[in-house]
Design a protein around this ligand. Structure first.
Ligand SMILES: Nc1ncnc2c1ncn2[C@@H]1O[C@H](COP(=O)(O)OP(=O)(O)OP(=O)(O)O)[C@@H](O)[C@H]1O
Ligand SMILES: [Mg+2]
Length: 459
């Protein structure tokens, strides 16, 4: 470990020399200055771990010097030294960011050693935390978000552009497209990256509990409210809240969320007063919120408040360029020990052609499973699930010649073909309607509608 660096700022020569030699003997690298001006010169030249700063300096108040040091390098620890028992000023110094103070009259080698050790220990802890945070940051910043397709490059560019601001963001995209991952990347690239990040899945909390979870409650406000509890918005105060599955927010809570976004105020359940709150909101949904607005399930005013900066994550089938890259990434992520494992060309072909209703998450799961199932260093089509294997084989229809008589007009022929396609799509997806709809390139809702019609025709 490099020697820790200490700067002593002290006008009394004897005292300065005593401190210097005492600390040098203990292995520190020590510099010293007799006044604020020369101290600042030294301070801006190199990085110090600790400064011992006299509160009374010739021509300058130690408190001012402290503020300048803190502005320049907030991480450096500063311990004030005060001669005349100026406790009040010492307290003021601590309020301004000093770590501690030593009363000169009471100074002996033990107190000095102890204070220096404590200050440096805290500095090391802070450093470790910073490193840890940077590591977590790297995990979620763009390095690990894979994508070279135009669509994803546009998303990255947008995130970078909006990162310095605290505006509300609405992320939309089908399930598994990476909405949560992107929300964390935005947070970690924003000015609030060292504040809290609270994630809530609005669809996973029972409606009855959601209000109290989000906004907190007062003791006795409902049966079971045995103590007053802070809500997630209060927990996130000063930081970022990620509201996942925002479409699942009941209408009465939509009003309350609107109030947070407009007036920055919340009210705990059972409370009469409001609490001011300052949070950055990132919301996400896999539903078409526009449609929910049109159909009266989602408030229009809230929609516009949330949709200040919209980010749309394209489904994986619309960015097939990214599939080989993602596969490589997941192979390395899940099986770093099986270096050199590759995907056979036929298997790759299937992976690229598949419709990916579960998007990147589904791809990740399939790759993880395929690696486990493959004995050799090559992933073959056999290691892929059955729904990937029939792609392209089974999905064209032969219309018998006799059907194509002009008498069987479009009116009768088209529905027959449609129904046959629906049956095949359902068979191919083992009756999974969501996947079948994607395969047919129609909405889930129209598939249900068509199935209902088919049932009615059969009656
Ligand atoms: N571009 C990407 N690069 C690497 N991994 C990704 C990417 N997109 C998604 N993933 C991975 O896919 C999985 C699903 O991502 P995430 O949970 O962010 O999706 P989501 O859109 O929030 O899904 P849901 O709507 O189901 O909640 C995660 O394991 C994530 O790490
Ligand atoms: Mg999610």
């Amino acid at each position: 470990m490099p020697r820790e660096k200490i700067l002593i700022v002290e006008d009394e020569g004897g005292y300065r020399e005593y401190l210097t030699s005492h600390l040098e003997e203990r292995g520190f690298s020590v510099s010293a200055a007799p006044d604020g001006m020369s101290a600042l010169d030294i301070f801006t030249e190199e990085e110090f771990d600790l400064v011992l700063l006299d509160l009374r300096l010739p021509g300058q108040d130690g408190l001012d010097v402290l503020k300048q040091f803190k502005d320049y390098s907030p991480e450096t620890q500063i311990v004030m030294m005060t001669a005349y028992g100026l406790v009040q000023s010492a307290v003021e110094a601590i309020k301004n960011g000093a770590f501690d103070y030593i009363a000169k009259e009471a100074l002996n080698p033990e107190t000095l050693n102890l204070t220096v050790r404590k200050a440096l220990e805290q500095r090391r802890l802070k450093r470790e935390n910073e490193q840890l945070r940077a590591e977590i940051g790297r995990k979620y910043t763009f390095e690990n978000i894979i994508g070279k397709s135009k669509a994803m490059r546009d998303v990255f560019q947008k995130i970078q552009r909006i990162a310095p601001f605290k505006s509300t963001i609405l992320i939309t995209g089908e399930s598994g497209t990476g909405k949560e991952m992107i929300s964390k990347a935005i947070y970690l690239n924003s000015p609030l990256h060292n504040r809290t990040f609270v994630a809530v899945n609005c669809g996973a909390i029972p409606e009855m509990l959601l209000e109290s979870e989000l906004f907190g409650h007062m003791k006795g406000s409902f049966t079971g409210a045995i103590r007053t509890k802070k809500g997630l918005f209060e927990e996130a105060d000063g930081g970022t809240i990620f509201l996942d599955e925002i479409s699942e927010l009941p209408l009465n809570l939509q009003v309350k969320l609107l109030r947070v976004l407009q007036d920055h105020k919340i009210r705990r359940v059972g409370d009469t007063t409001e609490i001011s709150i300052d949070v950055r909101v990132i919301a996400a949904t896999s539903r078409d919120l526009y449609r929910d607005v049109r159909e009266g399930r989602f408030r229009e005013d809230l929609f516009y408040r949330l949709n200040i900066i919209p980010i749309t994550l394209p489904p994986l089938r619309e960015r097939t360029d990214d599939i080989p890259l993602l596969i490589n990434h997941f192979l390395r992520k899940h099986m770093p020990e099986r270096e050199g494992i590759t995907v056979a060309p036929e298997a790759m072909q299937q992976l690229i052609q598949y419709r990916w209703p579960g998007n990147v998450r589904e791809l990740e799961n399939i790759i993880e499973r395929a690696v486990v199932l493959s004995d050799s260093n090559t992933i073959t089509p056999q290691a892929l699930p059955s729904e990937l294997q029939h792609i392209g084989e089974d999905f064209h229809i032969q219309v018998p010649e006799e059907c194509l008589s002009i008498k069987r007009t479009l009116k009768t022929l088209v529905p027959a073909v449609e129904q046959e396609l629906i049956r095949r799509a359902l068979k191919q997806t083992s009756n999974n309607r969501t996947r079948a709809a994607i395969l047919l390139e129609i909405s889930h809702r129209s598939l249900l509608y068509k199935l209902k019609e088919m049932k009615e025709c059969q009656r």
